[in-house]
Design a protein around this ligand. Structure first.
Ligand code: AMP
Ligand code: MG
Length: 351
C-alpha cells in the first residue's frame, strides 16, 4: 500500500484540504492525524472492518480498546448510554482537550472498536485538524496512537512515517503534538470516577470539578503488573519502549549523575553504545555517551512534550543502554513517570 503524506497548516483549514482524508475514513481506510496529545491512527469507529485494520496496521492486540474521537460534546450521546451528570461537567471544563471518558457503550459502537468491552472511551480533541477531520468525515474516529504497538508514541509526522509507511492510506502532517503524552483516561462507569491512565489533566484538576476521584492502583505501582488485573486492557502490555535497555536512576540528583557517568563509562569500555536522558539543568554534567535533554525541570510540560521524541532519537542512534534521571511523581510528573516506568519495563535503581 502506498501511504500518501499531506501537510495541513492548522491556521488555514479548508474543506478542500480535508476532502481526500475524509473520503478515506468514510470508505473504511486509515488516516494518521495530529492531536494535541500524540498523533492518532484514525478509522471510522462505527465500522468494524475499519477498526480491525487499525489493529493490523499497528500490530496491536485485539483486546486493547480504541478511543473514539468526536467533534462536538453532544456526539457522546450518539455513542454512550446512561451518561452521568459528571461527564457533562467534566466535558464543560476539559473538552476540547486531553481527557478521555469511559462510558457505557451504545449498540452502534462495534466490539471491534472497544476491544470486546461494553464500555467506550470517548474524547473531544483540542487539535483543530483533528476536529475538522472528524466533522468532515461525518462519523466518529477511533484512533489509538499512530505507532507500531509497543513503540514510543509519535509526537511528529516523521515518527508516524517511520513506523507505518506502507501500512496505512494517509498521514496528515500538522506539526508537533503540543502535550506529547496520551490523554488522561477517567472511568465514569462506577460509583466514583477512577483514573485509569494519568495524563496532562491531573488528578487535582479532575477533583476540582468531580469531587473525589480514585486512582487505579496500577498507576502507582512501581513494579510490573503481576497479580493486578488491569482495568484498562492496554495497561497490561509493554509500552512506549525504546530498543535499548532503559534504566531509571532515582535519588539525590548529584549522586544519580555521578553513578550514571560511571555506568556509561563502563558500558563504553565494554564496547556498547550508551545514552543518557538528562534535563536542561543537568546536560553539561554528563561526561560521556550520547547525552540528550528531555526538557527543563523548571517546566514539566517540556519534559512531557520531549519524552517520546528523545526515546525515538535513541532508537535512531542504536544505543544498547539508556540511563535516565527520574522525576517527581505528582501532578504532571505522575504521567511522565507512568510512561517512563513502562518504557523501562519498571527497571529502577535507587541510589
Ligand atoms: P491509545 O489510544 O493507544 O493511547 O490506547 C487507548 C487506551 O485507552 C487503551 O490501551 C486502554 O487502556 C484505554 N481504553 C480505551 N477504551 C477503553 C475502555 N472502554 N475501557 C477501559 N480502557 C479503555
Ligand atoms: Mg498507544
Amino acid at each position: 500500500m502506498e501511504t500518501k503524506l499531506i501537510k495541513i497548516n492548522p491556521d488555514k483549514l479548508t474543506k478542500e484540504s480535508f476532502k481526500e482524508a475524509a473520503d478515506i475514513i468514510r470508505s473504511g481506510g486509515l488516516v494518521a492525524f495530529p492531536t494535541e496529545t500524540v498523533y492518532g491512527l484514525g478509522a471510522n469507529a462505527l465500522d468494524d472492518t475499519a477498526a480491525v485494520k487499525i489493529y493490523k496496521a499497528k500490530g496491536r492486540p485485539s483486546d486493547n480498546p480504541l478511543i473514539v474521537h468526536i467533534s462536538n460534546v453532544k456526539d457522546m450521546e450518539e455513542l454512550a448510554l446512561d451518561i452521568p451528570d459528571i461527564a457533562y461537567r467534566l466535558a464543560e471544563v476539559f473538552w476540547p482537550g486531553p481527557l478521555t471518558m469511559i462510558l457505557k457503550k451504545k449498540a452502534c459502537v462495534p466490539y471491534a472498536t472497544t476491544g470486546g468491552l461494553d464500555t467506550v472511551g470517548i474524547r473531544l480533541p483540542a487539535n483543530r485538524i483533528a476536529r475538522f477531520l472528524i466533522s468532515e468525515a461525518q462519523t466518529f474516529i477511533a484512533a489509538p496512537s499512530a505507532n507500531l504497538s509497543g513503540k514510543p508514541s509519535p509526537t511528529m509526522a516523521e515518527h508516524v512515517y517511520k513506523d507505518l509507511n506502507g501500512r496505512i492510506d494517509m498521514i496528515i502532517d500538522g506539526g508537533k503534538a503540543v502535550y506529547g503524552l496520551e490523554s488522561t483516561i477517567v472511568d465514569l462507569t462506577g460509583e466514583l470516577p477512577v483514573i485509569l491512565r494519568p495524563g496532562c489533566i491531573t488528578d487535582r484538576m479532575l477533583e476540582s470539578v468531580a469531587g473525589r476521584v480514585e486512582l487505579d492502583p496500577a498507576i502507582l505501582q512501581k513494579t510490573p503488573m503481576e497479580g493486578l488485573r488491569p482495568k484498562a486492557p492496554g495497561m497490561k502490555y509493554r509500552h512506549y519502549a525504546p530498543e535499548g535497555k532503559l534504566i531509571i536512576y532515582e535519588g539525590n540528583i548529584d549522586r544519580v549523575i555521578a553513578v550514571i557517568n560511571l555506568e556509561v563509562e563502563k558500558k563504553l569500555e565494554e564496547g556498547h553504545r550508551a545514552g543518557v536522558i538528562a534535563t536542561d539543568e543537568s546536560l553539561r554534567l554528563y561526561s560521556c555517551g550520547i547525552v540528550k535533554s528531555v526538557g527543563s525541570r523548571r517546566d514539566e510540560t517540556s519534559i512531557a512534550a520531549g519524552l517520546y521524541k528523545v526515546l525515538r532519537e535513541f532508537d535512531e542512534a542504536h544505543v544498547d543502554y539508556i540511563y535516565s534521571e527520574s522525576f517527581a511523581d505528582n501532578s504532571l510528573g505522575q504521567a511522565i513517570m507512568n510512561r517512563l516506568l513502562k518504557a523501562a519495563g519498571y527497571s529502577v535503581v535507587k541510589i
